[in-house]
Design a protein around this ligand. Structure first.
Ligand SMILES: [Zn+2]
Length: 333
Protein backbone atom coordinates (compact mmCIF):
# COMPACT_ATOMS: atom_id res chain seq x y z
CA UNK A 1 0.00 0.00 0.00
CA UNK A 2 1.28 3.45 -0.85
CA UNK A 3 2.00 5.79 2.03
CA UNK A 4 1.47 9.51 1.77
CA UNK A 5 3.19 12.55 3.17
CA UNK A 6 2.15 16.17 2.95
CA UNK A 7 4.49 19.15 2.57
CA UNK A 8 3.36 22.68 3.41
CA UNK A 9 5.26 25.88 2.66
CA UNK A 10 3.97 28.99 4.47
CA UNK A 11 5.43 32.15 3.01
CA UNK A 12 4.53 35.79 3.43
CA UNK A 13 3.21 35.85 -0.14
CA UNK A 14 1.99 32.29 -0.91
CA UNK A 15 1.06 29.09 0.85
CA UNK A 16 1.82 25.92 -1.09
CA UNK A 17 0.66 22.41 -0.21
CA UNK A 18 1.71 19.18 -1.89
CA UNK A 19 0.80 15.54 -1.33
CA UNK A 20 3.49 13.02 -2.18
CA UNK A 21 4.17 9.31 -2.25
CA UNK A 22 7.47 7.48 -2.51
CA UNK A 23 7.44 7.88 -6.30
CA UNK A 24 6.90 11.62 -6.36
CA UNK A 25 4.30 14.36 -6.13
CA UNK A 26 0.60 13.50 -6.52
CA UNK A 27 -1.02 16.92 -6.27
CA UNK A 28 -0.07 20.49 -5.49
CA UNK A 29 -2.06 23.64 -4.73
CA UNK A 30 -1.04 27.23 -4.17
CA UNK A 31 -2.90 30.25 -2.80
CA UNK A 32 -1.96 33.79 -1.84
CA UNK A 33 -1.38 33.99 1.92
CA UNK A 34 -4.54 35.38 3.50
CA UNK A 35 -3.50 38.12 5.92
CA UNK A 36 -6.99 39.44 6.63
CA UNK A 37 -9.12 38.31 9.60
CA UNK A 38 -8.15 37.02 13.03
CA UNK A 39 -4.93 35.29 14.07
CA UNK A 40 -6.31 31.84 13.14
CA UNK A 41 -6.69 32.87 9.48
CA UNK A 42 -3.41 31.27 8.38
CA UNK A 43 -3.82 27.94 10.27
CA UNK A 44 -7.38 27.65 8.90
CA UNK A 45 -6.11 28.38 5.39
CA UNK A 46 -3.49 25.62 5.77
CA UNK A 47 -6.19 23.09 6.71
CA UNK A 48 -8.41 24.16 3.83
CA UNK A 49 -5.54 23.85 1.32
CA UNK A 50 -4.54 20.42 2.67
CA UNK A 51 -8.17 19.30 2.25
CA UNK A 52 -8.31 20.58 -1.34
CA UNK A 53 -4.93 19.03 -2.16
CA UNK A 54 -6.05 15.66 -0.79
CA UNK A 55 -9.22 15.77 -2.91
CA UNK A 56 -7.24 16.58 -6.04
CA UNK A 57 -4.73 13.81 -5.33
CA UNK A 58 -7.44 11.24 -4.56
CA UNK A 59 -6.05 10.75 -1.05
CA UNK A 60 -7.97 10.60 2.22
CA UNK A 61 -6.69 12.98 4.90
CA UNK A 62 -6.63 9.99 7.27
CA UNK A 63 -4.21 8.18 4.91
CA UNK A 64 -1.56 10.89 5.31
CA UNK A 65 1.09 9.63 7.69
CA UNK A 66 2.84 12.88 8.53
CA UNK A 67 2.85 16.53 7.56
CA UNK A 68 6.01 18.65 7.33
CA UNK A 69 5.51 22.41 7.53
CA UNK A 70 8.17 24.81 6.39
CA UNK A 71 7.23 28.32 7.48
CA UNK A 72 8.44 31.87 7.46
CA UNK A 73 9.72 32.78 10.95
CA UNK A 74 10.73 33.82 13.47
CA UNK A 75 9.12 31.36 15.89
CA UNK A 76 8.53 31.35 19.57
CA UNK A 77 7.94 28.16 21.55
CA UNK A 78 5.13 28.51 24.07
CA UNK A 79 4.75 25.37 26.24
CA UNK A 80 6.69 23.49 23.55
CA UNK A 81 4.32 24.61 20.77
CA UNK A 82 5.59 26.71 17.87
CA UNK A 83 3.93 30.08 17.30
CA UNK A 84 4.73 32.32 14.33
CA UNK A 85 5.85 35.83 15.05
CA UNK A 86 6.73 36.79 11.53
CA UNK A 87 6.80 40.53 10.81
CA UNK A 88 6.01 39.79 7.15
CA UNK A 89 2.72 38.10 8.12
CA UNK A 90 1.78 39.58 11.51
CA UNK A 91 0.90 43.27 11.07
CA UNK A 92 0.98 43.93 14.83
CA UNK A 93 4.73 43.21 14.85
CA UNK A 94 5.56 45.25 11.81
CA UNK A 95 7.42 48.44 12.60
CA UNK A 96 5.79 50.06 9.61
CA UNK A 97 2.22 51.02 10.42
CA UNK A 98 -0.41 49.91 7.94
CA UNK A 99 2.08 47.84 5.95
CA UNK A 100 -0.02 44.72 6.51
CA UNK A 101 -3.82 44.51 6.72
CA UNK A 102 -3.96 42.98 10.24
CA UNK A 103 -2.83 43.64 13.80
CA UNK A 104 -1.72 40.07 14.67
CA UNK A 105 1.21 39.72 17.05
CA UNK A 106 1.39 35.93 16.97
CA UNK A 107 -0.14 32.94 15.20
CA UNK A 108 -0.67 29.82 17.38
CA UNK A 109 0.12 27.56 14.44
CA UNK A 110 1.12 24.28 16.08
CA UNK A 111 -1.51 24.37 18.83
CA UNK A 112 -4.33 24.92 16.33
CA UNK A 113 -3.15 22.35 13.76
CA UNK A 114 -2.03 19.49 15.99
CA UNK A 115 -5.56 18.52 17.12
CA UNK A 116 -6.98 18.74 13.63
CA UNK A 117 -4.40 17.05 11.39
CA UNK A 118 -2.18 13.95 11.19
CA UNK A 119 1.13 14.20 13.14
CA UNK A 120 3.12 17.20 12.02
CA UNK A 121 6.50 18.81 12.30
CA UNK A 122 7.22 22.52 11.82
CA UNK A 123 10.52 24.22 11.00
CA UNK A 124 11.69 27.61 9.87
CA UNK A 125 11.63 27.74 6.06
CA UNK A 126 15.33 28.48 5.71
CA UNK A 127 16.27 25.75 8.20
CA UNK A 128 14.17 23.19 6.31
CA UNK A 129 15.46 24.67 3.03
CA UNK A 130 19.01 23.89 4.19
CA UNK A 131 17.87 20.36 5.00
CA UNK A 132 16.23 19.83 1.60
CA UNK A 133 19.17 21.24 -0.39
CA UNK A 134 21.59 19.06 1.58
CA UNK A 135 19.39 15.99 1.06
CA UNK A 136 18.74 16.41 -2.65
CA UNK A 137 20.30 19.60 -4.01
CA UNK A 138 23.40 21.75 -4.10
CA UNK A 139 24.60 20.75 -0.63
CA UNK A 140 24.85 16.96 -0.96
CA UNK A 141 27.70 15.64 1.19
CA UNK A 142 28.73 19.07 2.54
CA UNK A 143 29.00 19.27 6.35
CA UNK A 144 29.26 23.05 6.70
CA UNK A 145 26.74 24.96 4.64
CA UNK A 146 24.27 27.82 4.80
CA UNK A 147 21.06 28.07 2.81
CA UNK A 148 19.79 31.61 2.29
CA UNK A 149 16.36 32.46 0.95
CA UNK A 150 16.24 35.86 -0.73
CA UNK A 151 12.59 36.55 -1.28
CA UNK A 152 9.94 38.88 0.26
CA UNK A 153 12.10 38.52 3.40
CA UNK A 154 15.54 37.00 3.97
CA UNK A 155 16.06 33.80 5.96
CA UNK A 156 19.04 31.57 6.70
CA UNK A 157 19.50 27.96 7.83
CA UNK A 158 22.78 26.18 8.52
CA UNK A 159 24.59 22.91 9.03
CA UNK A 160 27.69 23.18 11.20
CA UNK A 161 29.95 20.09 11.41
CA UNK A 162 27.16 18.03 9.87
CA UNK A 163 24.50 19.14 12.38
CA UNK A 164 21.46 21.19 11.42
CA UNK A 165 21.46 23.99 13.97
CA UNK A 166 18.17 25.08 15.50
CA UNK A 167 18.41 27.11 18.74
CA UNK A 168 15.97 27.49 21.63
CA UNK A 169 13.06 28.62 19.43
CA UNK A 170 14.16 27.03 16.14
CA UNK A 171 15.36 30.35 14.72
CA UNK A 172 19.10 29.79 14.39
CA UNK A 173 20.65 31.41 12.46
CA UNK A 174 18.09 34.12 11.72
CA UNK A 175 20.38 36.05 9.40
CA UNK A 176 17.76 38.46 8.04
CA UNK A 177 17.92 40.46 11.27
CA UNK A 178 21.67 40.87 11.64
CA UNK A 179 22.58 44.51 12.07
CA UNK A 180 24.67 46.02 9.25
CA UNK A 181 24.18 49.78 9.53
CA UNK A 182 23.14 52.56 11.85
CA UNK A 183 20.04 54.02 10.26
CA UNK A 184 19.00 52.92 6.79
CA UNK A 185 15.62 51.62 5.74
CA UNK A 186 13.31 50.22 8.39
CA UNK A 187 13.11 46.43 8.54
CA UNK A 188 9.74 44.67 8.83
CA UNK A 189 10.66 43.98 12.48
CA UNK A 190 10.79 47.72 13.19
CA UNK A 191 14.57 48.11 13.52
CA UNK A 192 16.74 49.99 11.08
CA UNK A 193 19.89 48.72 9.37
CA UNK A 194 19.00 45.00 9.31
CA UNK A 195 19.98 42.85 6.33
CA UNK A 196 16.30 42.15 5.56
CA UNK A 197 15.41 45.85 5.75
CA UNK A 198 18.22 46.69 3.31
CA UNK A 199 18.15 43.83 0.79
CA UNK A 200 14.86 41.89 0.83
CA UNK A 201 12.45 41.89 -2.10
CA UNK A 202 10.13 44.05 -0.01
CA UNK A 203 12.97 46.55 0.62
CA UNK A 204 14.05 46.66 -3.03
CA UNK A 205 10.50 47.43 -4.20
CA UNK A 206 9.94 50.02 -1.50
CA UNK A 207 13.21 51.83 -2.24
CA UNK A 208 12.03 52.51 -5.78
CA UNK A 209 8.65 53.75 -4.53
CA UNK A 210 5.40 54.12 -6.44
CA UNK A 211 4.13 50.73 -5.29
CA UNK A 212 6.93 48.95 -7.21
CA UNK A 213 7.76 45.31 -6.58
CA UNK A 214 11.28 43.88 -6.64
CA UNK A 215 10.49 42.41 -10.07
CA UNK A 216 9.60 45.90 -11.37
CA UNK A 217 12.95 47.20 -10.13
CA UNK A 218 14.88 44.38 -11.82
CA UNK A 219 12.97 45.05 -15.05
CA UNK A 220 14.04 48.70 -14.83
CA UNK A 221 17.59 47.57 -14.03
CA UNK A 222 17.71 45.54 -17.22
CA UNK A 223 16.64 48.66 -19.15
CA UNK A 224 19.53 50.59 -17.60
CA UNK A 225 17.45 52.81 -15.31
CA UNK A 226 20.11 54.49 -13.09
CA UNK A 227 17.97 54.53 -9.95
CA UNK A 228 17.18 50.82 -10.28
CA UNK A 229 20.87 50.06 -10.86
CA UNK A 230 21.80 51.91 -7.68
CA UNK A 231 19.09 50.18 -5.61
CA UNK A 232 20.05 46.70 -6.84
CA UNK A 233 23.77 47.33 -6.31
CA UNK A 234 23.13 48.59 -2.77
CA UNK A 235 20.92 45.59 -1.98
CA UNK A 236 23.51 43.15 -3.34
CA UNK A 237 26.35 44.87 -1.47
CA UNK A 238 24.50 44.60 1.82
CA UNK A 239 23.52 41.02 1.07
CA UNK A 240 27.18 40.12 0.40
CA UNK A 241 28.22 41.79 3.64
CA UNK A 242 25.51 39.84 5.44
CA UNK A 243 26.91 36.59 4.04
CA UNK A 244 30.42 37.60 5.12
CA UNK A 245 29.13 38.27 8.66
CA UNK A 246 27.34 34.92 8.81
CA UNK A 247 30.49 33.24 7.54
CA UNK A 248 32.57 34.99 10.21
CA UNK A 249 30.35 33.32 12.82
CA UNK A 250 29.92 29.87 11.27
CA UNK A 251 33.14 29.29 9.24
CA UNK A 252 31.13 27.69 6.46
CA UNK A 253 32.13 26.04 3.17
CA UNK A 254 29.13 26.76 1.00
CA UNK A 255 26.31 29.28 0.64
CA UNK A 256 23.32 28.10 -1.38
CA UNK A 257 20.99 30.92 -2.38
CA UNK A 258 17.32 30.46 -3.25
CA UNK A 259 14.14 32.52 -3.09
CA UNK A 260 12.34 34.32 -5.90
CA UNK A 261 14.37 37.55 -5.84
CA UNK A 262 17.62 35.65 -6.32
CA UNK A 263 16.38 32.90 -8.61
CA UNK A 264 14.80 35.27 -11.09
CA UNK A 265 17.87 37.52 -11.17
CA UNK A 266 20.84 35.30 -10.35
CA UNK A 267 22.66 36.50 -13.49
CA UNK A 268 22.77 40.01 -12.02
CA UNK A 269 23.10 39.22 -8.32
CA UNK A 270 25.56 36.33 -8.12
CA UNK A 271 28.60 38.23 -9.48
CA UNK A 272 27.81 41.21 -7.23
CA UNK A 273 27.59 39.21 -4.01
CA UNK A 274 30.66 37.10 -4.88
CA UNK A 275 32.64 40.30 -5.33
CA UNK A 276 31.52 41.52 -1.90
CA UNK A 277 32.48 38.21 -0.27
CA UNK A 278 35.89 38.30 -1.98
CA UNK A 279 36.47 41.75 -0.47
CA UNK A 280 35.91 40.49 3.09
CA UNK A 281 38.51 39.12 5.54
CA UNK A 282 40.29 36.57 3.36
CA UNK A 283 41.37 34.15 6.10
CA UNK A 284 37.68 33.48 6.67
CA UNK A 285 36.26 33.90 3.18
CA UNK A 286 38.87 32.16 1.01
CA UNK A 287 37.40 29.14 -0.73
CA UNK A 288 33.83 29.77 0.43
CA UNK A 289 31.55 28.92 -2.48
CA UNK A 290 28.32 30.73 -3.33
CA UNK A 291 25.94 28.81 -5.60
CA UNK A 292 22.26 28.93 -6.57
CA UNK A 293 19.98 26.43 -4.80
CA UNK A 294 18.88 23.79 -7.29
CA UNK A 295 15.45 22.57 -6.16
CA UNK A 296 13.89 25.65 -7.72
CA UNK A 297 10.18 26.27 -7.28
CA UNK A 298 9.70 22.97 -5.44
CA UNK A 299 12.19 23.82 -2.73
CA UNK A 300 9.51 24.94 -0.24
CA UNK A 301 7.47 21.76 -0.76
CA UNK A 302 10.53 19.53 -0.45
CA UNK A 303 11.69 21.53 2.58
CA UNK A 304 8.41 20.66 4.30
CA UNK A 305 8.54 17.03 3.17
CA UNK A 306 12.21 16.68 4.20
CA UNK A 307 11.15 17.16 7.83
CA UNK A 308 9.09 13.97 7.80
CA UNK A 309 10.75 11.68 5.22
CA UNK A 310 12.19 8.28 6.13
CA UNK A 311 15.43 6.86 4.77
CA UNK A 312 13.65 4.73 2.15
CA UNK A 313 11.86 7.81 0.77
CA UNK A 314 15.04 9.85 0.73
CA UNK A 315 16.79 7.16 -1.29
CA UNK A 316 13.89 6.80 -3.73
CA UNK A 317 13.51 10.55 -4.21
CA UNK A 318 17.27 11.08 -4.63
CA UNK A 319 17.15 8.57 -7.46
CA UNK A 320 13.92 9.71 -9.14
CA UNK A 321 14.30 13.49 -8.63
CA UNK A 322 10.54 14.13 -8.96
CA UNK A 323 11.04 17.89 -8.81
CA UNK A 324 12.59 17.78 -12.29
CA UNK A 325 9.39 16.54 -13.87
CA UNK A 326 7.24 18.52 -11.43
CA UNK A 327 3.49 18.30 -10.98
CA UNK A 328 0.51 20.31 -12.13
CA UNK A 329 -0.04 23.17 -9.69
CA UNK A 330 -3.58 24.37 -9.12
CA UNK A 331 -3.86 27.99 -8.12
CA UNK A 332 -6.72 28.49 -5.68
CA UNK A 333 -8.45 31.87 -5.93
ZN1 LIG B 1 14.82 43.13 11.31
Amino acid sequence: MLRYLCGVDIGATNITVSIADINGFRSRVLQLTNRIGDELTVPKQVISLITICCERGGVDLSDIERIGISSAGPFRRIDGMIELESPNICGGLSGVEGRLPNDWRRIPLERYLEDRLPPLKIANDAVSGAKAERMFGAGKGVNNLVYVTWSTGIGTGAYVDGHLISGKNGNAPHGGHIHLLDGGARCGCGERGHLEGLSSGMAIGRSYGGGSTAEDVFRMYRRGDPEAVEIVHDAARHFGRGLASINALLDTELFMIGGSVFQNNADILLPLIKKEMEGSFSVLSDGVEIVPAVLGRYLGDIAGLSLVMDEDWIEAWAEKEPWVQGVETVIIE
